[in-house]
Design a protein around this ligand. Structure first.
Ligand SMILES: C[S@@+](CC[C@H](N)C(=O)[O-])C[C@H]1O[C@@H](n2cnc3c(N)ncnc32)[C@H](O)[C@@H]1O
Length: 304
């Protein structure tokens, strides 16, 4: 199939046997594929894969599709012999908006409610409403790790934790920052992400909630940031958190809270052990642990 390379969105689809999903996903995550979006399609997705197979879908626009296909092929070569890679046009509106049908108003806690920007909702005065259009950034609230962070924020605010400065590392759609700024109306926040598009989307979401004057969004590395924060959030995967842990710890104010998520069950123990081996880490105590499905979050309190 001929695909016009410049302006049209295309999907480069690698179909693999289901049993190779974990290895194949790990292989493409490690390789620098350079697509604009990535999705794993299986039998549970709204666009289903073939039975017994899983599709790794790389969505892209304006890139060299042949080179992209080659990088996917190279990344998957060691994993399995039965990879089929096809390229199909994906008009932006078709793939971009389809998921919106499945994204409705929903409550993460009795008071925190997520409202997609295209849905209507009449909140009660007690509700903390997160208005959101995540676009292609991570963070709709539909992932367990995001929900664990939102529940942790709700819990620590309910227990009387005071926050004036919030840091959200790996902000994605900005969902956690929106929640924090609404839970603590006197607070200000810094959002960081390595992905420039995520920072842009996050700023748009902060604007959607009328919070843009209380936040700074940056692609700056955490190590280049100064200052201390009463709440530090990091919902990123284990290997990244392990690398960032000393810098995360350094940014937590005495009496402050560090919330880490994006961890599979059991991985929080590895971070706790790493923290215990750090001098500053001994000032932290576990305030709480959250779990949903195979995901966990760790909530740490830094003594005063
Ligand atoms: C799982 S998403 C979390 C998004 C959102 N905070 C949430 O809770 O739904 C992780 C985000 O971390 C970003 N990220 C990955 N490595 C990072 C790093 N070293 N520093 C900052 N952000 C990073 C990714 O681009 C992605 O937007």
């Amino acid at each position: 199939m001929t695909v016009k390379p410049e302006d049209d969105w295309v999907e480069v689809v690698a179909s693999i046997p289901s049993m190779l999903e974990d290895n194949a996903t790990a292989a493409v995550m490690e390789a620098n594929i350079g697509a604009d979006g990535f999705e794993i399609r299986d039998q549970g997705s709204f666009k289903k894969s073939q039975p017994g197979r899983v599709e790794l879908v790389f969505v892209t626009r304006g890139r060299d599709v042949a080179a992209l296909t080659q990088r996917i092929d190279q990344a998957l070569a060691p994993v399995g012999l039965h990879t089929e890679i096809t390229t199909v046009p994906a008009p932006e509106s078709a793939w971009r908006d389809k998921w919106k049908e499945f994204f409705k108003v929903f409550y993460v806690t009795p008071r925190i409610v997520i409202v997609p920007s295209w849905e209507k909702h009449e909140p009660t005065t007690a509700e903390v409403v997160l208005n959101l259009d995540p676009g292609r950034a991570f963070g709709t609230g539909q992932h367990e790790s995001t929900r664990l962070c939102l529940r942790a924020l709700d819990a620590i605010e309910t227990r009387g934790h005071a926050a004036r400065r919030v840091l959200d590392v790996g902000c994605g759609s900005g969902i956690l920052t929106v929640a924090a700024l609404k839970l603590w109306p006197e607070s200000r926040a810094v959002m960081l992400d390595v992905d420039v598009d995520s920072v842009r989307v996050a700023m748009e979401n902060l604007q959607l909630n009328g919070l843009e004057s209380r936040v700074r969004g940056e692609t700056r590395a955490l190590g280049k940031l100064a200052g201390k924060y009463d709440v530090v959030l990091a919902n990123i995967q284990l290997d990244v958190l392990e690398g960032l842990l000393p810098e995360l710890v350094a940014r937590v104010e005495r009496g402050g809270v560090l919330i880490m998520a994006g961890l599979l069950a059991g991985q929080e123990k590895l971070l706790e052990a790493q923290l215990g081996a750090m001098k500053a880490g001994r000032e932290f105590a576990v305030w709480g642990r959250g779990a949903e499905g195979e995901w966990t979050a760790l909530v740490l309190y830094r003594g005063k």
